[in-house]
Design a protein around this ligand. Structure first.
Ligand SMILES: [Zn+2]
Length: 377
């Protein structure tokens, strides 16, 4: 197995899950804190960039900013500062060959651009993915418990009128060990009452109650547009074992005929579980975003695992980039390099023709996302 290939995969990408780039000047410390999913300072003697992702930045991003591949990190960060964040973002984003970004607009980080600013910087189309829990928290802060229980579904419908999909962070806020069925009106009202009482004391409407999270999820399912679910590795607040997507099998059985597709995001280290689910359930899809940059030299392993069992029409590309344009640049370059190497292996060992390789790459790079999210004009 090698990740060097003469094959080039130049097809445009649809990045179906990402969060935008910070355009402010970053100190080296801020850059390093955006280069990890950890929310805490690195202990003495360690560095988030002395890592697989750091190697990937030096390999793939240094040449985009006019340096030699594998230029030292200090040189890279100095170069980034000297050209300024706007120009660095522009160069790095445009190096990815991405035609569409599906942007999750639900993170509370004022440094992140909205869809229009992102489109201008990247010279690409940007469509919105609405985060259900963010809509719930915003609506609750201006409603009552009874009002929330009665009106949340129509509020979510209105907020997502121009979106191409929804997203739930159930995995981070609770975990996938939930009952499959829709909660009753009585359960929702009781949970909303308790939520509003707690919020009055704490001043925060952060939603973690499993009944309310299910209520949000089912309100989204009713809208019939693709539903993204973060699974596996991700934010520091998750309990990893509860983010195994196979724990949601009862929900996938319950929703199979409802006309909603579920997009399993990240999936690492449950990539094989996600692949099995995507093969079995007609309405399930997977990607290996996030690890496409954080695994650096080992990202090919994740990309290969994603290709092990699910039909090729069920696998999507995403970067799950957040904050750094380097995430976008590394994910795209890593995907193109690793996918080309995989296709080379399949051709060399008699498993596929060159035409097969081109067709499969195009499906995963863009066609599947365009079909599922209905992105074609
Ligand atoms: Zn994400």
């Amino acid at each position: 197995m090698t990740d060097t290939s003469n094959r080039r995969i130049d097809v445009p990408l649809v990045d179906h899950h990402c969060h935008g780039v910070v355009e402010a000047e970053l100190t080296d410390g801020e850059f390093r804190s955006l280069a990890t999913e950890s929310d805490w300072p690195a202990p003495a003697g360690t560095d988030s960039l002395e890592s697989p992702f750091g190697l990937a930045v030096r390999r793939f991003c240094a040449p985009v900013l006019g340096l030699e591949p594998l230029a030292p990190l200090d040189e890279y960060l100095a170069r980034r500062r000297s050209i300024g964040p706007a120009e660095a973002n522009r160069l790095l984003l445009r190096s990815t060959g991405t035609s569409h970004y599906l942007l999750d607009t639900g993170i509370r980080d004022a440094r992140l651009p909205g869809p229009d600013a992102m489109a201008a910087r990247a010279d690409a189309r940007v469509r919105e993915i609405v985060r259900i829990e963010r809509v719930a928290e915003d609506f609750a802060s201006e409603s009552t418990a009874a009002g929330f229980a009665a009106k949340f579904p129509e509020t979510l419908a209105a907020k997502s009128r121009d979106a191409v999909g929804l997203k739930s962070i159930l995995a981070y806020r609770h975990g996938f060990d939930i009952p499959a069925e829709r909660p009753s009106g009585r359960e929702v009202l009781q949970a909303a009452d308790a939520w509003f009482r707690t919020a009055e004391e704490s001043g925060s409407f952060r939603v973690t109650d499993p009944v309310l999270l299910r209520f949000g999820l089912w309100s989204g399912i009713d809208l019939g547009i693709p539903m993204q679910l973060h699974t596996g590795y991700g934010d520091s607040d998750l309990q990893l074992f509860r983010a195994d997507p196979s724990r949601l099998s009862p929900l996938f059985h319950a929703t199979r005929s409802l006309g909603v597709d579920f997009m399993l995001l990240h999936c690492y280290p449950f990539i094989r579980e996600a692949g099995i689910l995507a093969q079995v359930f007609p309405h399930l899809y997977l990607d290996v975003g996030l690890v496409s940059h954080y695994l650096g030299p080992s990202a090919g392993t994740a990309i290969r695992q994603a290709m092990e069992i699910a039909p090729f029409g069920k696998i999507l590309y995403s970067s799950d980039s957040y904050g750094l344009a380097e995430h976008y640049a590394v994910s795209a370059a890593n995907w193109r390099t690793s996918f080309a190497a995989l296709m080379d292996d399949w051709i060399a060992s008699g498993w596929a023709t060159a035409n097969d390789a081109d067709r499969i790459a195009t499906r995963v790079a863009s066609e599947n996302a365009k079909r599922v999210y209905n992105l074609n004009p």
